[in-house]
Write a protein that binds this ligand. Structure first.
Ligand code: PXP
Length: 263
């Protein structure tokens, strides 16, 4: 039996900040949420510092870095302002995401192919600053090839289209999207990249993603924070950990079956 492949869980705390900002005060405190989540089993904390600061603010990033020992994955647009903040803060990782002011959330992956000339120096500067750079891309071979060319060590695959199809009950489309994610994950891993995934995942789709052989980290926010309102944050984290563990078990089962067939 191979060693259990770890699939890390990164909790995105943006939605706690959204709730805080709705009333302009200090509560609920996203950093307190991060502390509780890590204690309950989250491996890392993800936060998106948007240009318009609509949820997470600069002071939140500073406090996460100062008060939370778990790795911080800073999601950010590839701008000069954000690069300077990242280099000053030195998070464990930076995930470069596309950002449009009007969008509700990050819609679609980064165009690593079309934006290569702009992205390359930023990827390099962050990397030289000791930060692990991840590119949030759609599961497309040409986007993965661009990430490899730029020397990004990590890609995060956008799971939005898969999750939308799954929630809509469009089985054939959901399966096709899951196959596309699996294929992209294998392609990226075989090129030496570490593969993460996220966006729109729930307890079921997280199991399906964790069952794919090459996924090493899932970044999840909305469903966990939403569920936390009903069952509490520690319990919501534990439920998600259990969902991921189910996927890992399935992965190991499939791996063992393939090995038996080959013998
Ligand atoms: N990963 C990235 C790059 C994202 O932009 C987001 C949304 O902020 C997430 C993961 C988490 O998505 P969700 O809140 O839908 O779980």
């Amino acid at each position: 039996m191979p060693e259990k492949p770890p699939v890390r869980l990164g909790l995105n705390i943006d939605h706690v900040a959204t709730l805080r900002n709705a009333r302009g005060g200090a509560r609920p405190d996203p950093i307190e949420a991060a502390r509780i989540a890590v204690k309950a089993g989250a491996d890392g904390i993800t936060a998106h510092l948007r240009e318009d600061r609509r949820h997470i603010r600069d002071e939140d990033i500073r406090r996460i870095k100062a008060e939370i020992a778990a790795p911080l994955n800073l999601e950010m647009a590839a701008t000069e302002e954000m690069t300077a903040i990242a280099l000053a803060t030195k998070p464990h990782a930076c995930c470069l995401v596309p950002e449009r002011r009007q969008e509700l959330t990050t819609e679609g992956g980064l165009d690593a192919v079309g934006g290569e000339a702009h992205l390359l120096p930023i990827v390099k500067r962050l990397g030289d600053g000791g930060i692990r750079v991840s590119l949030f891309i759609d599961p497309e071979p040409r986007q993965i090839e661009a990430a490899v060319r730029m020397g990004a060590p990590v890609v995060e695959l956008h799971t939005g289209q898969y999750c939308d199809a799954w929630i809509a009950g469009e089985e054939a489309t959901a399966q096709a999207e899951l196959d596309r994610l699996a294929w992209a994950a294998t392609l990226a891993a075989s090129a030496g990249l570490e593969v993460h995934a996220g966006h729109g995942l729930d307890f079921e789709t997280a199991t399906h993603l964790a069952a794919l052989p090459d996924i090493r980290e899932l970044n999840i926010g909305h469903v966990i924070i939403g569920e936390a309102v009903l069952i509490g944050l520690p319990e919501a984290i534990r439920r998600m950990r259990a969902a991921i563990a189910d996927g890992v078990e399935k992965r190991l089962g499939a791996h063992a079956a393939t090995q038996q067939q080959q013998q």
